[in-house]
Design a protein around this ligand. Sequence first.
Ligand code: WTA
Length: 682
Amino acid sequence: MTDSVKNDERTEANEAQIAVHWKEEKYIEPPKSFVEQAILNDPGVRKRFDEKHFPDCFREYADMLTWFKPYTKVLDTSHPPFWKWFTGGKLNACYNCVDRHLDKYRNKAALIFVSEPEDDVPYAMTYQELYVRVNEMAALLKDYCGLKAGDRVTLHLPMTLDLPITMLACARLGVIHSQVFAGFSGQSCGQRIQDSGSHYLITIDAYWRSGKLLDHKANADIAVKTAEAAGQHVDKVLIWQRYPGKYSAKTPLVKGRDVFVNDVLKDYKGKRVEPAHMDAEAPLFLMYSSGTTGKPKGCQHRTGGYLAYVAGTSKWIQDIHPEDTYWCMADIGWITGHSYIVYGPLALAATSVIYEGTPTYPDVGRPWRIAERLGVNIFHTSPTAVRALRRLGENVPKMGPQKFKHMTTVGEPIEPKAWHWYFDQIGKGKAVIVDTWWQTENGGFLCSTIPALDKMKPGSAGPALPGIYPVILDDNGKELPKGSGIAGNMCIRNPWPGIIQTIWGDDQRFIDTYYRRFCKYPKSKDWRDWPYMSGDGAVDAPDGYYRILGRIDDVINVSGHRLGTKELENACLTVPEVSEAAVVPVVDEIRGKVPEVYVSVPASVTDRAAVAKKVIKACEDIIGKIARPSKVHVVPDMPKTRSGKIMRRVLASISNKRDIGDVTTLANPEVVEKIRVQVQGK
Ligand code: WTA
């Protein structure tokens, strides 16, 4: 099948058209007060990072780290597209995020934990205390679990301090952590345990979410069962306690398998573990992300390049000084949290805030009260959160006089209306905004304005970061002229230190997903022949600012989180009555896009409401609550091409109330009108 036919049958080929096309906005100058104190204020940086200086320019990032052994080569391209960064070098990510700060910042807050119940007093963990806890946990992982460099461990932890402590303890030993977002179901977690080949699952008994203390240990039981059914044995489940010394879940412990971390830790009090000297290319962690097939991809990040890239971008784009109080409201279970709550900020000796709960709990003023109480001056969140807080929080004065100098958005396009509200009402016109575009696979930001050097343009992510050379290609791989304003495939021409090494255990999928389509000479050893395909559609304006239009593959971006339509469809198909399933993205005022589900059932099935309920439950159980479809349409048949492919594009048009277009070439055009009436009414 040719690509053009395949594309025609995909809804997502049309995502660029669904994306909001707002008009070009006027530039806004970064506030003077910000510029005066900014770390990166030398316009010479663009020249230092231009193509003539690639890849050596990235030494500037690597030099922000402490190396046990200096690297001998910046970039090794001998085996495209498996780039190697800073080869010959040895370092330890935990050492860089903790130990090296002790001399200067021993008793400065590294992490401040804010629990969801508002009466709890925030807890500031100093670098010294973090050092102690990470060492004890590393000793436990090493001696009690017998884990060593290169082993994988799955974490299914919510936003408490146990999560960064566990991650850093793994990094100290060179153990590869694979943290699964706590909101994912036990089954999702189990699938990732199996794929990564983990023998240990580290979880927690319970955590607070929207006013409820959730029993999280129940998910561990499902996860282990799922992993074992898929052939992966789990030796032990290590359970942190939300309230140490107390068990806050109802699910009973499994004898011989489940242990409380705090009980075992008693044997490791005061223990210290030497940080392992890891190769720059040693994998640091896996982060599973949705793709175009039903199976999530284990994005494998390297130690040296990744850490250098997140340290560099945290410093230059987030403008994090050690004196700042920085709060990224994302979850550490996603890449944003790994890069911009834990590794980037801690590599810079920042104070990074961790909030356990829902931003709108108990009301929309919560984030601003937290910011006020802790004196947060750098704030980082998603457009979905901005839109929700805007809609629900008209009464701005109640939000308090927090004094942000810098604000970030990430994960989705932010429309100018929401941007202006964020700038005026939350930043009070005094905070610079960066709209950062990047992906799980990228490690760190790829497009954003440099906050003190570039003017802001609401609705555009901005130019590429230093050392990143994008290109927009049409569907035939032809370069669109710079500044053409024509939508095409957003690609990056060059490798950069934050890119993943591969997809865990699946090199071929790595090549196929990101490189195959636009690599003209697969035998070439020249990086210039290997553009990275992001899977996003984009346009660039004559000023070099990129506007990201959204996914052009089978991925839906819901509230800034990636959901694979195939994963959802597979979940729907587990309901016995369902014969076929199709998931389409529907524009949503707050969440950007939401998934709507179409399922067809045989005529003999009469209780359609019951089927819809089962479909919702299947999506929640198999993937997690974030995958809950906004609507389920139980239809008699799907619109299909003559070759039998479901026309998701037609269903998406119906759900989005767009023009359905010509359907006369379908095998069953008459069903389209039936579905339209069912969904939209007469
Ligand atoms: C989308 C999140 C527009 C994009 C860091 C990308 C954005 C996907 C932006 C990656 C932005 C991310 N403007 N769209 N500033 N940032 N995206 O892997 O479609 O969870 O491909 O990484 O989010 O999502 P992921």
